[in-house]
Design a protein around this ligand. Structure first.
Ligand code: BES
Ligand code: MN
Ligand code: ZN
Length: 536
């Protein structure tokens, strides 16, 4: 049996300097080129591509611009130009990352930058170099400030260097996990950049922690093990407290959804609550809920075998929520946060929950189980009912790999958001666009509500077929458990693993939601003030 290993943190050592890169010693030099040019712009093509920015002891071909052009590289194309030079007979690399034009939408410009940064990491892996000097671009070109430039640069390098390699025994297949970065910027910007760099370290590590939990096989990360992992998040943080409930306690709380889903498995379910107390008095309180199905076979309504392996990632919501708590313990936002994670394994067996069963949830609402594969809503229901009962919340957000329907509707780049609270929706959409965890709203209209009516219980766990819209009807099931708290449901089924084309991911988990939630929580008091009033 394998045991869960502590996630091996990719170490990114960052030095900030006001020396120009030409005076720095590194194995690779990174320049950013704006396609807009511009005369007073220090990253304009002419400057970035000139000999003047390269260390004097590095021999390079004379006309770098012409050389790059020959390879087909263009500044706005999203590719990274690569030129090899020599220092003392050893290779030194010059990398040219094109930025997006200023006319491009701000959120797309920063995403373009992230992908450029990630492609540098991929090149470093191939060239076996780990020491980089970056001539950071003017943040204005990215549509961000100095702090966010540092944050995005570092978080993205850490995300890009993540590799799930603990089961790969050949050391030659292990990619570098330690990078040395030197960031060159002018003096007055150092402080803001430093803050951003630290912020970026926390974000990157939290995203990777969530990914590692997802990538672990279900037989390693059982509900009990996952519960322990989440518990360990609070260690050493005064601001965090943790409560963990076992099967007996879950049953005693009246959570038949969570207990029911777990019935077919040898492994006990877990319900974990982490609280973060803001150092600021009277801060509002945000609730987070995560789906933690460590393996979803479908239960007696068993899934087809193709791609069933992917269902080890069915705990991505809980992983994102737990990793977010880990990050905010350091980042200390001006909001209180309470996070509930409902954790179970969904398997068929002689003791498994059966189609036709009726469950009574924490708030007394009963649900008819027509399909044991619609298990996520059954456990999230109990978590939502619990959190709104125990805490006075200003807002509540749940994250769940809930439906294949959402994955089909939106594909791998946008998670579905369902809410009736306009303000909360706007805030989440904005946090999504700036953080890189993009959201797209689905119509959460009451017309869909009757889809989950039941003849024998208060609500049915699958929608009636005429209503189709499986992501939305799942949302309406959950609505029975949130009372009148401002609530948003995020269906992350399509975005949590195997996302193509984004250079900072690899096949496997993405940690979707961590960047989003950190951004939401860190910005909350800027956008809402320190109010304990309920939002409209
Ligand atoms: N975990 C799945 C949803 C899922 C599917 C996540 C694909 C990621 C990729 C969920 O528990 C599930 O099985 N949902 C069913 C619901 C249906 C039975 C109403 C689905 O989407 O098919
Ligand atoms: Mn399922
Ligand atoms: Zn599931």
């Amino acid at each position: 049996m394998w045991v869960v290993q502590v996630y091996g943190v990719p170490m990114v050592q960052v030095t900030i300097t006001n020396k120009p890169v030409r005076e720095l010693r590194a194995e690779g030099y990174v320049f950013f080129v704006s396609p807009d040019g511009g005369h007073h712009d220090p990253t304009s093509a002419e400057v970035a591509l000139s000999r003047a920015v390269i260390p004097a002891d590095v021999q390079v071909p004379t006309d770098i611009g012409a050389l790059l052009k020959k390879t087909g590289w263009r500044a706005g194309s999203g590719t990274v130009g690569e030129v090899m030079g020599l220092r003392d007979g050893k290779p030194v690399y010059l990398f040219y990352v094109g930025l997006a034009a200023a006319s491009v939408d701000k959120a797309d410009r920063i995403e373009f930058y992230r992908c450029g940064i990630a492609k540098i990491v991929r090149l470093c892996e191939r060239l076996k170099i780990t020491q980089l000097a970056l001539d950071l671009p003017d943040p204005v070109l990215l549509g961000v400030d100095e702090c966010d430039c540092g944050k995005e640069t570092v978080a993205t390098i850490i995300m890009a260097s993540y590799q799930f390699n603990q089961f790969i025994t050949d050391p030659a297949r292990h990619l570098p996990q330690e990078y040395e970065l030197t960031l060159s910027v002018s003096e007055p910007l150092h402080e803001a950049l430093q803050v951003g760099v630290e912020y970026g370290q926390r974000i990157g590590h939290a995203v990777n922690q969530a990914r590692q939990w997802c990538d672990l096989p279900a037989d390693t990360l059982t509900p009990v093990e996952f519960g322990k992992c989440i518990q360990s998040v609070v260690h050493g943080h005064d601001g965090l407290t943790c409560q963990l409930f076992n099967r007996k306690e879950i049953e005693a709380l009246g959570m038949e959804g969570l207990a029911g889903v777990a019935k077919g498995s040898q492994h006990e379910p877990r319900f974990v609550v982490i609280e973060y107390a803001s150092p600021h008095p009277n801060a509002p309180r945000i609730g987070l809920v995560g789906k933690g199905v460590t393996f979803d076979s479908g239960g007696l309504s068993i899934k087809p075998s193709a791609c069933m392996d992917e269902m080890k990632d069915d705990m991505a919501g809980a992983a994102a929520v737990a990793a977010t708590m880990q990050a905010i313990a350091h980042l200390k936002p001006h909001v209180n946060v309470v996070a509930c994670m409902a954790i179970a394994e969904n398997l068929p067996s002689g003791t498994a929950m059966k189609p036709g069963d009726i469950l009574r949830h924490y708030n007394g609402v009963t649900s008819e189980v027509k399909n044991t594969d619609a298990e996520g809503r059954l456990i999230i229901a109990d978590a939502l009912a619990y959190i709104v009962d125990k805490y006075k919340l200003n807002a509540l957000v749940d994250l769940a790999t809930l439906t294949g329907a959402c994955s089909h509707a939106l594909g791998p780049f946008f998670a579905g958001i369902m809410t009736k609270n306009h303000g909360l929706q706007e805030q989440l959409l904005r946090a999504g666009r700036t953080s890189g965890d993009w959201l797209w709203p689905l119509p959460f209209h009451d017309n869909y509500k009757p889809a989950v009516a039941s003849d024998v219980a208060d609500v049915c766990n699958i929608g009636k077929s005429q209503y189709r819209a499986g992501a939305i009807t799942a949302g309406f099931f959950l609505e029975h458990f949130v009372g009148d708290v401002p609530w948003a449901h995020l269906d992350i089924a399509g975005v949590s693993f195997n996302v193509p084309d984004k250079a900072y991911f690899r096949p496997g988990a993405t940690g979707f939601g961590v960047r989003l939630l950190i951004e939401l929580l860190m910005r909350w008091h800027h956008e809402n003030g320190n109010t304990i009033e309920k939002r409209g």
